[in-house]
Design a protein around this ligand. Structure first.
Ligand SMILES: C[S@@+](CC[C@H](N)C(=O)[O-])C[C@H]1O[C@@H](n2cnc3c(N)ncnc32)[C@H](O)[C@@H]1O
Length: 263
């Protein structure tokens, strides 16, 4: 369970720098390439994610952050169901610029800030919901990413991780691998002008922990009620987890017992 390791990166710092530079190169064409290469199914995955987290979203005063928000598609979809403005963060400036333009075009209410998902500028227990779509796989350290999500969530808060995964059906997996390794780098490269981004994508999905491993790591981080749901035959999977409720305050000793004396 380490983290993203693009070829040539010797440590976490270099891995993060490589990822940031790669997204900066594709930021302008990211949406076009994304929607075309997924045949628009990515929109469906995000709207299903929104449906699964709706009970938290609709709470009055819900504080919601979409990390690795990129050009803001999940953040905006969440914002349509949330009474309070949703926040989005990313460490790649050009992606945030694209998100800001989209927010302005749609006259949406959302707040953006530039931050590494491994070190969020937020107080402990400050959010009700934290989401991440197709960004978690790119973190330089998955364990640290989960710990940071857990830290900023309130007791009873929810984490939702939407990420590419390996389809469990071998025949479908073979078809999907052919598409993602042969077609995607060609078409994605032509659309975005950066072939290495679309060669990295299937490679990073292949190296990413299995759905069970990620679920287990979420439990180890302290999330409860961890569950996952495959979308479109397991091309993508949504993981959900809840932070435990606060411990009840210690009850007073029964009246017939002597009070503890200090040693
Ligand atoms: C594949 S894009 C996904 C964008 C968006 N969530 C979506 O659904 O389209 C991944 C995003 O994660 C961001 N990212 C990767 N590692 C990050 C990190 N450590 N901290 C903040 N953002 C990160 C990248 O800059 C990029 O914008």
């Amino acid at each position: 369970m380490k983290g993203a390791a693009p070829q040539g990166a010797r440590n976490e710092r270099e891995a993060a720098d490589w990822v940031r530079a790669m997204f900066a190169r594709v930021a302008r064409r990211y949406d076009l390439a994304n929607h075309l290469l997924s045949f628009n199914i990515d929109r469906l995955w995000r709207s299903r994610t929104v449906r699964r987290v709706r009970p938290i979203l609709e709470r009055p005063g819900a504080r919601v952050l979409d990390i690795c928000c990129g050009t803001g598609d999940l953040m905006l979809a969440l914002g349509r169901q949330c009474p309070t403005p949703v926040l989005g963060s990313d460490f790649c400036h050009p992606m945030l610029v694209a998100a800001r333009e989209k927010i302005a075009r749609r006259r949406a209410r959302a707040g953006l800030f530039e931050a590494d998902a491994l070190c969020l500028p937020l107080r402990d227990s400050s959010l009700h919901l934290i989401t991440v779509a197709f960004g978690f796989r790119n973190l330089a350290n998955y364990r640290a990413g989960l710990a940071e999500m857990r830290r900023v969530l309130r007791p009873g808060g929810m984490a939702a991780i939407l990420e590419f995964s390996q389809p469990p059906n071998p025949l479908f997996a073979a078809l999907y691998h052919f598409y993602s390794r042969r077609i995607l780098p060609l078409v994605g490269g032509a659309l975005s002008g950066s072939r290495d981004a679309y060669t990295y994508l299937p490679e990073s999905v292949r190296k990413f922990p299995s759905v069970e491993e990620l679920a287990e790591e979420m439990r180890r981080t302290g999330f409860e009620a961890v569950r996952y749901e495959h979308f479109t035959g397991g091309i993508a999977t949504l993981h959900l987890g809840i932070t435990p409720p606060p411990l009840p305050p210690p009850s007073a000793p029964p009246p017939d017992l002597p009070s503890p004396t200090p040693c």
